[in-house]
Design a protein around this ligand. Structure first.
Ligand code: NAD
Length: 278
């Protein structure tokens, strides 16, 4: 099968990332190898996992079994809140790399700022050292709001390559996105389909565009993210949906359709507020 060319987003550190990938939050560790192997066969080359998902080993086995050249893949993992600190971050990174069975990861993220613990700046300095060791190419953060980003940059001078935040049409975090854009931090949209928890895929702004382009509502929402410049990695355990979510390069939303979906903002979040997740 000929693979569509997935656009790449240039990061502020010179590396680039495939704009569309595959996420494995809530993918059962026992099924991860099969599910990620399916995703790689469908054509995904960018996989987003985390220590807390408990499925890094399955991702690593699927990568190894695929026989794909390492440089064709982009693998992200994340440091969990309990592991923030200096030595604890070094140890957590070594353990993640070991479970993944890789020599390096493409992107390592602080999963949440966990501000009550006040260790994210210290953790970020540890991330700088891990990057210097050559075992991670890019370092970034997740669920950081503008004040957290500002403090990291002020105290360390190192600008994260990405901020991975909850972002879907009904929760777009415009302040965080504007801060990121002003500092050349790429936005990764997690929960891009609203985790299927809200009737996002049934809203007329989405279903009308789907009818017009003869595609599915999920494809419309993925296309909206791509056209807004977000990096995203929708998740599905089902191979037919993986293929559907990847088949989004044969049509384009008009600017009026993009604007109508952008106007769906309702500040509806599916997860905890970043200041309260410690
Ligand atoms: P998502 O928005 O990708 O939603 C996934 C759900 O949407 C599926 O379980 C399914 O119910 C539904 N779905 C998928 N494809 C569909 C289709 N074609 N048609 C209809 N329904 C469909 O939510 P997510 O998994 O939470 O987010 C994607 C990835 O983001 C995760 O897998 C993970 O890698 C990452 N993530 C990161 C954080 C963080 O704190 N950094 C938090 C959550 C998720």
């Amino acid at each position: 099968m000929t693979q569509p060319a997935v656009p790449r987003i240039q990061l502020n550190d010179g590396f680039s990332i495939p704009q569309l990938g595959f996420g494995v939050f809530k993918v059962d560790p026992n099924e991860t190898e099969r599910i990620v192997s399916d995703a790689l066969e469908v054509g995904y080359r960018h996989i987003d996992t985390a220590r807390i998902y408990g499925n890094e080993a399955g991702v690593g086995r699927a990568v190894a079994d695929s026989g794909l050249p390492r440089e064709e893949l982009f693998i992200t993992t994340k440091l969990w809140n309990d592991d923030q600190g200096t030595q604890s971050a070094f140890d957590a990174f070594d353990a993640s790399l070991d479970r993944l069975g890789l020599d390096y990861v493409d992107l390592y993220l602080i999963h949440w700022p966990a501000p009550a613990n006040d260790r994210y700046v210290e953790t970020w300095r540890a991330f700088e050292q891990i990057r210097e060791s050559g075992r991670v190419r890019s370092i970034g953060v997740s669920n950081f709001l503008a004040p957290h980003l500002e403090r990291l940059i002020d105290e360390t001078g190192t600008v994260p390559a990405v901020d991975q935040i909850e972002l879907h049409p009904q929760h777009q975090q415009p302040e965080t996105a504007a801060f990121a854009e002003a500092h050349d931090i790429a936005i990764q949209a997690w929960g891009p389909l609203g985790q299927g928890k809200y009737p996002l895929l049934e809203l007329p702004e989405v279903t009308d565009a789907a009818s017009t382009h003869d595609v599915t509502p999920a494809q419309v929402v993925i296309r909206w993210h791509l056209q807004r410049g977000h990096i995203l990695f929708p998740k599905s355990n089902r191979r037919e949906r993986m293929a559907e979510n990847f088949d989004v390069f044969g049509f384009e939303l008009t600017s009026a359709e993009v604007d109508a979906i952008t106007a769906l903002e309702r500040e509806v979040r599916v997860s905890s507020h970043p200041d309260e997740m410690n």
